[in-house]
Design a protein around this ligand. Structure first.
Ligand code: ADP
Ligand code: MG
Length: 184
C-alpha cells in the first residue's frame, strides 16, 4: 500500500434514516457537535440526486450550529448563495451550484470569501465546480435506496459522511448521533 501523505486521512461513517425528521435529526446532531470546528472554518459538500435531502440536511446542520428555527433555509438554486450571521461571530454560507453557468457565477456569489475561520460553507452540487471545495472538508452523500413498490414515496435514505484530513477525521470518529449506523 502506498504511504499516506500527512493530512490525507479519510474516514467514512454510514447511517440510514427512515423519514425526513430522521435526516434532519442526524444533521442537527452533527451541527451541534461541529460548533468547535467552525472556529477554524469548515467546508461541507452535499452530494445526491434532486430530492435526496441535501437542502433538508443543510437546514438541520445550521439549526444544530445555532441558527434559529424561524429563519428559513431554502434551496438557493436561483440565487446560488445564501448567508446567515450568528453571534460568535459565525458566518453560515449555503451554496447550490446546480445551475452554475460558469466559474464567474461562483465568484459573483462571493465564493472566495466563504472559506476560512469562523465560516461554515455548505455546498450542494459541488461536482459542478470541480476544485471548489478545499481538501479538508466533510462530504455528505445522500442516496434514495431502490424501493420494491414504485408507487410508494421512498422515505429511507442512506447517508454517508466522509471526513477528509486528520482534524475532521478525528472529529467524525468521536461524534455521537442518534441515527442508526450501518456496519457499526
Ligand atoms: P435536495 O436538496 O437534495 O434536492 P431537498 O432537501 O430539497 O432535496 O428535498 C428532499 C425531499 O425528500 C423533501 O421533500 C423531504 O421531505 C423528502 N424526504 C423523504 N424522506 C426523506 C428522508 N429520509 N430524508 C430526507 N428527505 C426525505
Ligand atoms: Mg437542494
Amino acid at each position: 500500500m502506498a504511504a499516506r501523505r500527512p493530512g490525507a486521512q479519510v474516514l467514512t461513517r454510514r447511517f440510514t434514516t427512515e423519514e425526513p425528521a430522521g435526516t434532519a435529526a442526524l444533521a442537527h446532531d452533527l451541527g451541534r457537535q461541529a460548533r468547535t470546528l467552525a472556529q477554524a472554518g469548515l467546508m461541507l459538500g452535499l452530494l445526491g440526486d434532486l430530492g435526496a435531502g441535501k437542502t433538508l440536511f443543510v437546514r438541520g446542520f445550521f439549526r444544530g450550529l445555532g441558527l434559529p428555527g424561524e429563519t428559513p433555509v431554502t434551496s438557493p438554486t436561483f440565487t446560488v448563495a445564501q448567508r446567515f450571521d450568528l453571534p460568535g461571530p459565525l458566518e453560515l454560507h449555503h451554496l447550490d451550484l446546480y445551475r452554475l453557468g460558469g466559474i464567474k457565477d461562483l465568484e459573483q456569489a462571493g465564493f472566495e470569501d466563504t472559506c476560512g475561520a469562523g465560516r461554515v460553507t455548505c455546498v450542494e452540487w459541488p461536482e459542478r465546480a470541480p476544485g471548489a471545495l478545499t481538501h479538508e472538508r466533510l462530504e455528505v452523500r445522500l442516496e434514495i435506496p431502490p424501493t420494491c413498490a414504485p408507487t410508494a414515496e421512498p422515505l429511507k435514505r442512506a447517508v454517508a459522511i466522509t471526513a477528509y484530513g486528520p482534524r475532521l477525521s478525528d472529529w467524525l470518529k468521536g461524534v455521537v448521533v442518534g441515527a442508526r449506523e450501518v456496519g457499526a
